[in-house]
Design a binder for this molecule. Structure first.
Ligand code: PMP
Length: 405
């Protein structure tokens, strides 16, 4: 079988693979605690369900405009004005199958082969792979001090004449960090000065804790949407916990949106109107659901911090947003893939290896699930790794005795 070199170079999604592994283990009756998930446990907002159900019941489910339903775009224009203080036109918006397709469309539209895209570690696993899918080259900037915040000088040094774009994701998956305002403003200035596109993946921008705010990148430029180099990516997946609805959108200059629309027209045609109706329902419905979700997740974060602080040797930085933490497990094992595997095999806890996010020695531990899962998951991890923890534990209804430390 001959497979293209490009397709062969693309890594599988570790998070989706782990979801599948956990599902199969559960199907076999195993008691699995999933701390790998990138989605909260909430039900979709009722306004989203009613709106999509109405569309479905109408039976009128056909192709719709590639760039999105006008009524959903209207809701997105309002969202953009409220969140970014920018008045944009429908021609500045394209709706796609999740923020993931948004990022693919943007990079496909911007990059020639061998163009460079600067990615800041720790980064969302899919960025380097999507960059490679469009034949461009990911250039990873790693904070030299081992922190989760890259230094501006390091970013500036990574920029070359081949740099097409920089991707910024703050609040950040996988670290939960919010980039300092001074850093974001300098990146905006750098991109506008050098004519580099700045892709702001803002899908977690409302999921922030302790009164902190992720100041929108638009705050640092006076340019309007047509002349700025900023591209905004958003979606309903994390904002409303609607991951399965697969609706995201891009706000960008209209000439970019026009080309992205051609790209999308030749790949997926349009997002299902049933799902677009759901997104519209969520955006125009009661916004208290966003705050409810935020408070639940913040409480989960606090529980995780309490549990992790008693885990000797593990260093954890308090997440300021998202539903992820990225504790440093190097005191136990430097190879995160092996560590994550050990935790799954011995303790039936799913975590994602930090290596996938450009941060070896760490594990991404999600607090999107239930408090019970967080408490039990950390207890199981301690049992598997920490010799000072009791060496017997119940996993499901089986009593397990640790005999490897
Ligand atoms: N960007 C980031 C940083 C993410 O974490 C995710 C989902 N894990 C996405 C984009 C993709 O979002 P969607 O489900 O809307 O495709």
């Amino acid at each position: 079988m001959s497979i293209s070199l490009l397709a062969r170079s693309i890594a599988e999604s570790p998070t989706l693979r782990l979801n599948e592994e956990a599902r199969l283990l559960r199907e076999r009756g195993e008691s699995v605690v999933h701390l790998g998930a990138g989605e909260p446990k909430n039900k979709a907002p009722i306004a989203a369900i009613l709106s999509s159900a109405a569309k479905l019941v109408s039976g009128d489910v056909k192709y719709v405009p590639t760039d999105g339903l006008p009524s959903l775009k209207k809701a997105i224009l309002r969202y953009t004005e409220e969140s970014y203080d920018r008045v944009v036109a429908p021609e500045n918006v394209i709706v796609s199958d999740g923020a993931k397709q948004c990022i693919f469309n943007i990079l496909y539209t911007l990059c020639n082969p061998q163009d460079e895209v600067v990615v800041l570690a720790p980064y969302w696993v899919s960025y380097p792979e999507i960059v490679k899918m469009v034949s461009a080259v990911p250039v990873v900037v790693r904070p030299e001090d081992g922190s989760f915040i890259p230094r501006f000088e390091e970013i500036e040094r990574a920029v070359s004449s081949a740099t097409k774009a920089i991707i910024v994701n703050s609040p950040n998956n996988p670290s939960g960090a919010i980039y300092p305002e001074a850093l974001v403003s300098k990146i905006v200035e750098l991109c506008e000065r050098k004519g580099i596109w700045l892709i702001l993946d803002d899908i977690y921008h409302k999921l922030v804790f302790d009164g902190k705010v992720a100041v929108p990148g638009t705050r640092y430029t006076d340019r309007d949407i047509e002349s700025t180099r900023l591209i905004l990516v958003n979606g309903v997946a994390k904002l409303y916990g609607m991951t399965g609805f697969r609706v995201g959108w891009v706000v960008a200059p209209r000439n970019l949106v026009e080309i992205m629309t051609n790209v999308q027209a030749q790949t997926t045609s349009c997002v299902s109107p049933v799902l677009q109706a759901a997104a519209e329902g969520a955006l125009t419905g009661m916004q208290s659901v966003v705050e409810g979700l935020r408070l639940t997740i913040q409480n989960n974060r606090d529980v995780l911090m309490t549990e992790m602080r008693t885990f000797s040797g593990v260093k954890i930085t308090k997440p300021e947003g998202t539903f992820y933490s990225l504790p440093d497990f190097r005191a136990y094992m430097g190879e995160s893939v092996a560590l994550s595997r050990l935790l799954l095999e011995k303790a039936r806890v799913v975590t994602v290896p930090g290596r996938e996010f450009g941060m070896e020695g760490h594990l991404r531990v999600s607090f999107a699930g239930s408090v019970k899962d967080i408490v039990e998951g950390v207890a199981r991890m301690k049992w598997a790794l920490d010799p000072s923890s009791p060496n017997e534990i119940y996993i499901g209804d089986r009593k397990m005795v640790r005999d490897w430390l």
